[in-house]
Design a protein around this ligand. Sequence first.
Ligand SMILES: Cc1ncc(COP(=O)(O)O)c(C=O)c1O
Length: 501
Amino acid sequence: MSPWTSSVGAPQLARLLGSQHGRDAVTPLTGRRSPAYRSLADGIRLLVLEGRVPVAARLPAERELATALSVSRTTVAAAYEALRGEGFLESRRGAGSWTAMPAGNPLPTRALEPLPPEAAGSVIDLGCAAMTAPEPWLTRSFQGALEELPPYAHTHGDYPAGLPALRRAVADRYTARGVPTMPEQIMITTGAMGAVAAICRQMAGRGERVAVDSPSYANVLQLMREAGARLVPVAMAGGIGGWDLPAWRQVLRDAAPRMAYVIADFHNPTGALASEEQRRELVEAARAAGTLLVADETMSELLLDPEVELPRPLCAFDPAGSSIITVGSASKSIWAGLRIGWVRAAPDVIRSLVAARAYADLGTPVLEQLAVAWLMGSEGWDSAIAIRRAEARESRDAVVGALRRHLPDWEFAVPHGGLTLWARTGGLSGSRIAEAGERLGVRVPSGPRFGVDGAFEGYVRLPFTVRGPVAEEAATRLAEAARLVASGATAAAEVPRTYVA
Ligand SMILES: Cc1ncc(COP(=O)(O)O)c(C=O)c1O
């Protein structure tokens, strides 16, 4: 097996290095003018630390990179040698050189767990990108569900594919979005996590390569790691512009992954929204490589800026219905406590997922399914989403304003939707800020949680769940944490502790 999982071409690396000008390194450089090889090594090291060049990516041969950068081959050779010495590069005769993360860099090792709600009085929890229920609709939906329960009480209650009424309601929503869907194409699951877990069990077992956005949703990355999949990170484009298609094409071609997991709609953590064109191109590239695309639409209903047009769902670009499996959820649109999600796929894929469910969780609770079916069949769904959007928009604007006031050095792009903002922490370690925040009563997940291999040390993720004075206080505590880190008053970064989804 080759030691690298993807590769970066010389023009691509030159482009990425060129885009760095004016940016600080996570570990600030000395400020002295450094020799050309040192600047090149620092540039590549920063790209690896920030996840813009994945770990285990083959770098171009020295001669090719020298030509692309118009520098001497000696400069590239010296830069590669320096990177090898620092643990950021490994080489083997005949296999080339590939990026690495030095031993001791904090690696994401655990999943994110919710902080108990009781902690809310003392800790501002920025770990969880999930909102309180949009009342009165949650209560009304359960009242409606209770009225519909009696006929189900006369059955055994096991519906491994989901209740027919909810399968139909979910299918109808896809049809209304322009993607004709039959109930046989839907399986109801225990949240989106249940959906991804079922798909991984079936299709991404031990040793299988799975390409993932880098960064990506932490809990899914951990689930895949534990399933034994070999994750192949594909760096996201900067800002909220979606994917880097040349990088995707290259990974799909070079690594030929069995599966790719992507979040096209208000990506967690960056908030990126992939355009129609990017969606079409990614589906085509995946089809050509024989890679199954798993599209996680958990955030898709949380469009916060009405003037932005939402592109069609990824599955609209797969008319044959064989290259994409879509995952959806009521957790962000309505409430995570429902634990209702779904899979949309070809009927034979659904049949095999349903058959495998007998030895997984058997099914999803009936009452919650009836509640979601009630919402989808009434004005409740759209009304609840309108509440969600208004709250998330208010929170986003409050968080953005508070960050700009208290942490003017932090850089971020403001997303048009979703529940998360990905902030570059002004050259400070996100893990250390998270650690200091913990002591100051603000819980925030650091960047490496959302990477595959210890990248994103210079980032934290912030959710749109706090407003008004709480947003202000959260930013004040984060600014204090950043001050502590900048002054060197915190201990060295440890492996990140347990945080929240
Ligand atoms: C992209 C993404 N997928 C899945 C989930 C988990 O969804 P669920 O609560 O439906 O399991 C989240 C939650 O934040 C998410 O952001």
